[in-house]
Design a protein around this ligand. Structure first.
Ligand code: HH2
Length: 300
C-alpha cells in the first residue's frame, strides 16, 4: 500500500508472513527442503517405467535418501491426459516399496502422491508420513476424514477438473487470484473437515490446467501465497513449460531449466521443492544458501 511502512501492516498479515512455519516431520522449514520424486508408474511424463521393480525402486530411493530431505512416492501419473489407475493397482505399486524402504532402514520422511484415500491409508500403514493430494482433498471424499484422523501433514495443490481434461479448462481472468481463491476454499474445507492448520502445505500446481503463460505468472508471483501463513511447495521439475520455453522435447533433458526454477522458488521463499534431479538441485541450493547466508554450515 503506498506510503505504508512494513510496521503498519495489519497485525494478522504481518504474523502470517513472518511466523516460522511448523517443522515438517522433524525438518525445520527455515531453509528450502528438497522433495525427491519417485514415480512407480509405467507412464509418468518424465521417469515413467524407470523404477517399477522393487529392486530398482529401492536403489533409487536409497540414492535419493542421500540427496533429498523428503521422498514423494506416486503410483498414478497425473500428467495432462493421464487416465485414472485402479485403486488396488495403485496400492500394489506403492505400499510394498514404502514398506521395503523402511525395512531397509531408509528413514527420511515419505509422502504418498495420491488422490485416493485407500492408497494413502495403505501408504501410511506401510510407513509414509505425508499425504500429497494434487486435488486438495476434492477427488475422494474419504481423504479429508483420513487426514483428520491420522493428523499427518497434507499438501493441498491447486488443480482443476481431472488430469484427463484439465488443459481444456486452462482459462483464468487472473491466474494468481484464481489459484489463491481456490486454495483459500480448500483450506476452509480442510479445516471444516477437522484438519488442523498446522497440517497444511499449499502448492499452486504448476502445469495443472495451466498454460506456459499461467505457469510463468504463478512463478513470478509465488510470494503472493505466503500470506496464508502456511508452508509452500513448488513442483515445476521437468514440466512442459520448461520444454516450451527452451525447445527441449525430452523431459529428462530439462534438468538445468528445472534447477533454475527451483532456485527462483527458493528465492521466493518456497519451503519445499519437488524435483526429479535431487543431486543437481542439492548442489545448486547449497551454493545459493551459502551466498544468501542461510546455509546450515555458514557461521560467517
Ligand atoms: N506434479 C506432479 C505430480 N504430483 N504434487 C505436487 N504437490 N505438486 C506438483 O507440482 C506435482 C505433484 C506431476 O509430475 P510428475 O510426478 O513428475 O509426473 P506424473 O504425474 O506424470 O507422474
Amino acid at each position: 500500500m503506498p506510503g505504508r511502512s512494513p510496521s503498519e501492516l495489519p497485525a494478522a498479515l504481518s504474523r502470517a508472513l513472518s511466523a516460522p512455519r511448523p517443522d515438517l516431520c522433524g525438518l525445520t522449514l527455515e531453509r528450502p527442503r528438497i522433495m525427491g520424486i519417485l514415480n512407480l508408474t509405467p507412464d509418468s511424463f518424465s521417469d515413467g517405467g524407470r523404477h517399477n521393480g522393487l529392486d530398482q525402486a529401492l536403489e533409487r530411493a536409497s540414492i535419493m535418501a542421500r540427496e533429498a530431505d523428503i521422498l514423494d512416492i506416486g503410483g498414478e501419473s497425473t500428467r495432462p491426459g493421464a487416465a485414472e489407475v485402479d485403486t488396488d493397482e495403485e496400492i500394489r505399486r506403492t505400499a510394498p516399496v514404502i514398506r521395503a524402504l523402511r525395512q531397509a532402514g531408509i528413514r527420511l520422511p515419505v509422502s504418498i502422491d495420491t488422490r485416493k484415500a485407500r492408497v494413502a491409508e495403505a501408504a501410511l500403514d506401510a510407513g509414509a508420513d505425508i499425504i500429497n493430494d494434487v486435488t486438495a482433498l476434492r477427488f475422494d471424499p474419504a481423504m479429508a476424514r483420513l487426514a483428520a484422523e491420522r493428523g499427518v501433514p497434507v499438501v493441498l495443490m491447486h488443480s482443476i477438473a481431472t488430469p484427463e481434461t484439465m488443459q481444456r479448462h486452462a482459462q483464468y481472468d487472473n491466474v494468481v487470484t484464481a489459484v489463491r481463491d481456490h486454495l483459500y476454499a480448500r483450506v476452509e474445507a480442510a479445516l471444516a473437515a477437522g484438519l488442523r492448520a498446522e497440517q497444511l502445505i499449499l502448492d499452486p500446481g504448476i502445469g495443472f490446467g495451466k498454460t506456459t503463460a499461467h505457469d510463468l505468472l504463478l512463478l513470478r508471483q509465488l510470494a503472493a501465497f505466503h500470506d496464508f501463513g502456511l508452508p509452500l511447495l513448488l513442483g515445476a521439475s521437468r514440466k512442459k513449460f520448461i520444454g516450451a520455453l527452451t525447445g527441449t522435447e525430452t523431459p529428462a533433458e530439462r534438468v538445468s531449466g528445472s534447477v533454475a526454477v527451483a532456485l527462483q522458488g527458493a528465492a521466493a521463499g518456497a519451503q519445499i521443492l519437488r524435483v526429479h534431479d535431487t543431486k543437481e538441485t542439492r548442489q545448486a541450493l547449497q551454493i545459493w544458501q551459502a551466498i544468501a547466508g542461510t546455509s546450515p554450515q555458514n557461521t560467517l
